[in-house]
Design a protein around this ligand. Sequence first.
Ligand code: G1P
Ligand code: ZN
Length: 542
Amino acid sequence: MSVQVIKTQPIEGQKPGTSGLRKKTRVFMEPNYLENFVQSIFDAIGGAEGKSFVVGGDGRFFNVQAIQTILKMAAANGASRVIVGQDGLLSTPAASNLIRQNGTDGGLILSASHNPGGIDADFGLKYNISNGGPAPENVTAKMLARTQEITEYKICDAADVDLGTLGTYALEGMVVEVVDPVTDYQALMEKLFDFDKLRALFAGGFRMRFDAMHAVTGPYATAILETALGAPAGTVINGVPSEDFGKGHPDPNPVWAKTLMDEMMSESAPDFGAASDGDGDRNMIVGKGIYVTPSDSLAVLAANAHLAPGYAQGIAGVARSMPTSAASDRVADKLGIASFETPTGWKFFGNLLDAGKATICGEESAGTGSDHVREKDGLWAVLLWLNVLAVREMSVIDVMADHWQVYGRDYYSRHDYEALPSDVADDVMGDLRDQLSALPGQVHDDLVVSVADEFSYLDPVDGSESHGQGIRIQFEDGARVVFRLSGTGTEGATLRMYLQSYASGDQDLFRDTQEALSKVTAAALEISGLARTGRDAPDVVT
Ligand code: G1P
Ligand code: ZN
């Protein structure tokens, strides 16, 4: 046995954020950086001895190299079996599915999600537990603690595993299974959705464009949309994963998926457009001439899920992250089912899904998913939308108009101020916190503050508490602004300002979003004194 025990020392700043540890790629490539974190994961879960894992990533630069290291460390730590996606590829939802389907103890997913990839861009590593979902806070806290006291790690001195060829390999005493990344995921989708109806939809001339953004969903979308469902070749664009995502920013929103947006807003737009992010868990939905906000998409999917075979029995409840708009709450109210408001980050949905309290979950940041896995799932959202459109025989714009008439419309936008000096961002948040008790009753830009607080969450399943999850300011007319600091950035601090205002179904439901939000935006800028950042506009508006 060629296990080597390597002496090491703690490295500063290995604190897992909203979704795992995310750093500059060059930082991850520093001596012992990845190794320390991987050993800390194994130590935090009580060792890897006899355990099984799923390992895969989004194909960004350093993906395969990092996987080879993880395999050698898993073997040295006594793991019995590791399932790896061919060429090291697994979308985050597909990895979640493999963990559940194979009953492994957990999984290591390599991705920095929608952040750019490359040696000068970002890298990330996240641990998922046996339910297939991101490690909850009590587990990530143990990982962090281990990173701060680590003195050694174990690794095998062995040759690399051939990740390019499907098959079963031995690495010391550990079995490595290299599997097709798409097969099992596709089988799951075939169970949930009416593939015959979708084939008929495309055969009838329905056209869509799916932008895989040079990231991991390319092979999944091509296999499902083009090969299985018969959508014409070319339906999937940017479908070959590349190490630097074609030098792009694999974030499916109107800013970064601009080419797709432009096409969808043009005369020659196809019926439906969609995009997914680096690791395939996020989605963007756009119809001919209409962009669907993720908050609205969650609400529409919750209202219509019963039209797909996998949800024909109805859904138990809907959960959304706190900054996500109230649109899905309105659907839950009408359906007479539970709605939940959780802190930002998919890990907070895990308990609700496991307990059967929620069936569909979503975040304003383009994440939607259900209890079929324990991650958000970009292609799942696309297929559910297609299934709804196929059954209702309506266009996206008509589905939205109909939805808003019934429930009213929550105009919604997020303004991000990126790479702020951390002390400036902390000041803004600190001052907001100090004002909370004085805000109710104050008038800002004609809007009267009704409630102001800092969001805390009490998990209804395990009773755990999470504090400091963002500042909420609610106005009397139903508008709201939320401020929070990003937990996924790799440079300085990112301040997110989430804006929302409500229009009932009898009002004009097709106003320009930023215009409809102008009052709450002005009030939010005034209350927060954001001008002190020296920025006169947000970096990204979605
Ligand atoms: C962001 C999103 C959040 C999402 C996370 C991981 O986190 O806002 O909804 O769960 O990415 O995809 P943040 O940077 O805001 O902490
Ligand atoms: Zn992602």
